[in-house]
Design a protein around this ligand. Sequence first.
Ligand code: HEC
Ligand code: HEC
Ligand code: HEC
Ligand code: HEC
Ligand code: HEC
Length: 385
Amino acid sequence: MKKELIRIKITGPLLIILIVTILTAFPNPTSAAVTGTCANCHTMHNSQGGSPNMLPGQTGPQGLLLKGDCMGCHGMGTANNIDPATGAPQVYHTNATDLAGGNFRYIDTGGDSRGHNVIDLDSNNLDDVLEYAPGAFPTAHNEKILSTRITCAGNIGCHGNRGKPEVMGLQIMKGAHHKGESGAMLTATEVYNSYRFLKGVKGFENDGTYKWQNRDANNHNEYFGNTTPMSGACGTSCHTSGGVMPPNKTMSGFCATCHGSFHWLDDPLGDGSGIGGNTASPFVRHPTDVVLPSTGEYARYNNQDLGTNQYRVEAPVARATDGGLAGISASVTPGSDVVMCLSCHMSHASQYPDMLRWNYAGIIAGGGANNNGCFICHTQKDDGL
Ligand code: HEC
Ligand code: HEC
Ligand code: HEC
Ligand code: HEC
Ligand code: HEC
């Protein structure tokens, strides 16, 4: 009897330790499904007390019995970057702390070059300069990926199911919000199991204290990359029966589904696309999905000696293996981590021209030690040290 008790005492904690060890060794996605009372988000008849029953500023009724559209829940324009009632992350808000994608409000305060002028923001305020996605490839894409069409989600959008089979309205997201996963997103075959509902993109979602933020070296998302950009014509491999998806599942490959020429390795149609044919210098466009060399100035990423290269949210790198998406890493490894579109750009909008993470006009070669922007990787171009 005594023996039995002792055994239980030891096995209990040991089992827990064992389970925790297994879980940390093989990270599984955690749940990031919506929570709260149905009435926060849904309305059964769009009527309560005889009046329409929508979220502020929203008109209805909406598909899936929702109280608003994407901007109704995610772009409330208040001083909260996370809505306290629904828990919805905000992409248009007035307080200073932005979430990882940036704040679409910079387009109002700084101008059209600050971000993607999605039509959901204000269909009367489209991009005045850009008619279509720069670098649209194949070139025929410039007739489709127009500033008059770019939207949060769907066919000419970023989140959800992107066309083929043609899906419209909230069908684009259907099922994702109640099934959403978080943490290491390694499957990326459906909207709910892809990084931030970007179908076909892998990554690690920061679900900790600073959920949805790229705050500092210890609190940020992890992006997926590859050691070579996509190759060949995307026409067959990007347009799948499940919609448009980057076959390499990387963040840069995702941007390339609209801005192909800026990422592509080679120039399959002979129309001047791509970075120059291979992953070795010289390039004709700044490469993405190529490894940060472990030699020269790159080895000192963030101006630190090899081995202590601390991750900088102002010029993040992507990880080229699934292992790199297991959790947040505070360091960068030249020789294996890769440069990506989001090393320099925000995805929604930033306070700087060209949607950059920093003011490019302030990055001055030979202008003295700076350690910002381009210099985070090109560590010797500021002071030459
Ligand atoms: C009725 C409110 C509501 C509507 C409408 C809505 N969302 Fe959401 N959305 C939420 C909430 C709440 C969450 C946060 C879930 C959580 O806690 O992880 C969320 C999360 C998300 C996320 C983040 C997922 C992640 O990985 O963390 C994305 C992306 C998103 N929504 C996109 C959209 C798009 C695009 C639309 C329009 C097609 C849309 N949402 C419509 C409430 C809404
Ligand atoms: C669904 C197509 C689509 C995807 C995917 C897409 N873009 Fe764009 N992008 C556009 C269009 C259309 C424009 C031009 C209209 C605008 O700026 O609003 C544009 C404009 C831009 C601009 C110029 C902004 C300006 O106004 O000067 C940058 C920078 C940019 N995109 C970067 C990215 C990055 C980085 C990604 C990936 C995270 C990405 N894009 C993904 C369609 C897309
Ligand atoms: C915080 C916001 C939120 C809450 C709370 C919420 N929902 Fe939803 N629900 C959504 C959004 C957004 C969608 C549409 C987009 C999607 O499916 O991803 C949706 C879609 C649905 C759908 C259709 C798609 C599917 O997953 O089957 C059903 C059914 C549904 N909700 C039922 C409910 C019920 C029942 C409750 C209460 C127990 C509830 N919802 C609470 C936000 C919410
Ligand atoms: C996240 C790291 C990173 C950032 C930030 C970055 N670069 Fe680079 N850059 C690279 C890598 C990696 C290469 C390719 C190195 C190689 O393989 O030779 C490169 C190459 C270059 C080249 C040489 C191209 C060639 O043909 O050899 C130039 C010029 C350049 N970058 C300019 C810039 C400028 C300007 C900025 C800021 C707007 C910038 N880079 C920001 C990583 C970065
Ligand atoms: C090394 C930093 C860096 C990387 C990486 C980078 N960009 Fe840029 N991007 C810039 C800068 C700087 C500009 C401003 C124009 C210029 O210098 O060519 C710019 C401009 C743009 C524009 C606007 C072009 C126009 O005509 O107004 C788009 C669109 C764009 N980038 C998309 C992308 C996409 C997509 C990727 C990934 C495939 C990417 N960028 C990777 C730094 C970068």
